[in-house]
Design a protein around this ligand. Sequence first.
Ligand code: TXA
Ligand code: MG
Length: 340
Amino acid sequence: MTAGLTTRMLRADAAAIHAAARLLSDGGLVAFPTETVYGLGADATNGAAVAKLYAAKGRPSFNPLIAHVQDLAAASFLACFNDAAERLARTFWPGPLTLVLARAPACPVASLATAGLDSIAVRVPAHPIARALLAAVGHPIVAPSANRSGHVSPTTAEHVVTDLAGRIDLVLDGGATAVGLESTIVACLGRPVLLRPGGLARADIERALCQPLVEVSRSAEQTNNEDAPVAPGMLTSHYAPHTQLRLDVDEVRRGEALLAFGPALPKGATQALAFENLSARSDLVEAAANLFSHLRTLDAAGAAAIAVMPVPREGLGEAINDRLTRAAAPRRTGRAGSHR
Ligand code: TXA
Ligand code: MG
């Protein structure tokens, strides 16, 4: 549908950011780096641009988007902040935290972007290129991760081109992203709920709130029903390479690639068809930054499966394990053809 566009890739200097802002203001689609992953941007107030964005990603249109803005003041035009939300925003913005809040009465974001919900997801990114783009556009920008729906999130401009060439107007190249995992999503509609673990660790959020986050219930049945997701976007098989993953391995089987963590490798590691280490020094921050890019590399190796060593669950390990579990989930019938 959207295929057929010429997709340009530009190093994100001042002229490129200016060109990107014009494209966005004219209803175009521009991928740009944030500190978490690359986002695919559209003017949030332009319903036609948002519709094009869903088509380019092949994303089910019930799955709402995050509105990116420059600061808390701009976010206050879109959403209603209760005390918890304001505290989190003041503590962690700009940064890898998205807040799901009640939509403000005069919110200008197209209702397609929020899938008709009364709530809206807002985030203030820290990446200087994202911030310069927001300043130049002067409107909120909706930006899902810049991958085809169901694929792994992009952490470099090249990843974006692999997935979306011919479907979007421009990719701003700002090098590899620092965090490497999508933002943590917290709903502050009542008691704060963790909707998606991500680039900001749960413990940091709980410390700022002085209370534990409520866990969203994710039964397999609910999360696998694409027509009625409990928390939109929490589809079990969302983050998926083509190659099947085998998790928590202590032995590599014949024909498998190995995704390692830490200095001690499992039995059979030397026979692995391809090898990447998330962090040889067992650093979870480094592992998060490497996760999606290493998955893509190993996915291209033509291995029978990707064997993944256990990754500890503390700090960013919670989000890393969440993404690995999704990537390993059995594929839903009907998704395979359309999304990979
Ligand atoms: O780090 C990130 O968050 C990146 C960068 C580009 O900012 N963006 C990103 O967007 O990961 P996306 O669309 O791939 O994931 C956003 C998630 C989806 O799972 C969506 O369902 C959820 O946020 N979401 C958006 N609005 C929501 C709402 N009102 N209620 C619950 N979930 C919502
Ligand atoms: Mg995504």
